[in-house]
Ligand binder design. Structure first.
Ligand SMILES: [Zn+2]
Length: 316
């Protein structure tokens, strides 16, 4: 008898994507009021420290590591009062915290660099699991930084439950971290796929179209609406492929393939600088040799790259 899961890959496609590999045990059901205080007292606790979109990374013994013992982070000027508890790794608490470091690299100790998340991902400097923890910490800290006041009464709110909620002492309202869903989709017309480029992108770069899911909208409806609005293409079937946490600052990219049922492109010139159908052979050439192809697609770290490469190499 066929199983409901016969068509489901395992591990799923998402598992191989950068920022998707967080492996800490979040123990979300056990977060208590004092879980962060307890974690900060734990002798084996490790911290990931953030500063202005960057993470401190040590390069001791030839390995890049963003985890530091709590006794070794004073030079980064950490703001311990704004720390969050990401979870546990072998019973060792993993904590994230912002810092007041002004990113003057000359003041960093030897073998330590402050590296932005995008460079970490593009260069593949950290193992998959660490990139997941960086994404988790960066998104959570960004949410706290921009939600200091209660959206119901305007009173200053307080971090609670290890950083997984904010509580307003004035009106007792609870606020929870946000994740913004964005659909990113490759429209397919037989042996062609639809790629576009934004006005501000590097010359020659093309990618899958994308847009925010709106309230009350399904992923599939958002895929059809965005492709219709930006490129004037009508879409039939939509197939989910993979998703990727994207810590800029707290987006969840939902990757889909979309079956085109019309082919004449009408570009939304406000949104896009260009939008075209690309043949499978052109995509394969660009993946191998972008100079010869005359265009390039996003780097491997991006879910757009996964969608484009998966389709181009798909044999059925
Ligand atoms: Zn309030």
């Amino acid at each position: 008898m066929p199983s409901l899961f016969d068509q489901s890959p395992f591990p799923e496609h998402s598992a191989s994507l950068v920022f998707a590999g967080g492996s800490v045990d979040r123990r979300s059901e056990k977060r208590s009021e004092d879980c962060l205080d307890e974690a900060l007292k734990h002798p084996a606790a490790r911290a990931i420290v953030f500063a202005g979109g960057r993470t401190f990374v040590s390069f001791a013994n030839g390995e890049a590591d963003p985890l530091f013992p709590l006794g070794a982070i004073d030079e980064f000027l950490p703001v311990v009062s704004e720390a969050v508890l990401l979870g546990f790794e072998d019973d060792r608490p993993i904590i994230a915290m912002p810092s007041r470091f002004d990113l003057d690299a000359s003041r960093l100790p030897d073998k330590i660099k402050a590296i932005d998340f995008r460079s970490l991902a593009i260069q593949g400097l950290l193992p998959q699991a660490r990139m997941g923890e960086v994404a988790q910490g960066a998104s959570l800290l960004a949410w706290h930084a921009s939600h200091r006041y209660c959206s119901r009464c305007g009173h200053e709110s307080m971090s609670a439950d290890g950083g997984y909620k904010r509580y307003c002492p004035n009106c007792e309202c609870e606020h929870f971290p946000r994740t913004d869903p964005v659909v990113i989709m490759l429209a397919i017309d037989g042996e062609r796929c639809l790629l576009g480029r934004s006005h501000h992108w590097n010359e020659g770069m093309y990618s899958a179209l994308a847009g925010f899911v709106e309230p009350g909208e399904t992923f599939e409806a958002a895929v059809r609406r965005e492709i219709g609005e930006e490129a004037g293409i009508n879409i039939g079937k939509v197939q989910y492929q993979a998703n990727q946490p994207w810590p800029f600052p707290h987006t969840l990219m939902i990757g889909c393939f979309a079956e085109a049922i019309s082919s004449d492109i009408v570009i939304d010139e406000k949104e896009l600088d260009d939008c075209r159908w690309f043949k499978r052979d052109e995509i394969l050439l660009s993946l191998e040799n972008p100079k010869d192809a005359g265009f390039f697609v996003p780097p491997k770290m991006a879910i757009a790259h996964h969608l484009i490469e998966y389709w181009a190499k798909y044999k059925g």
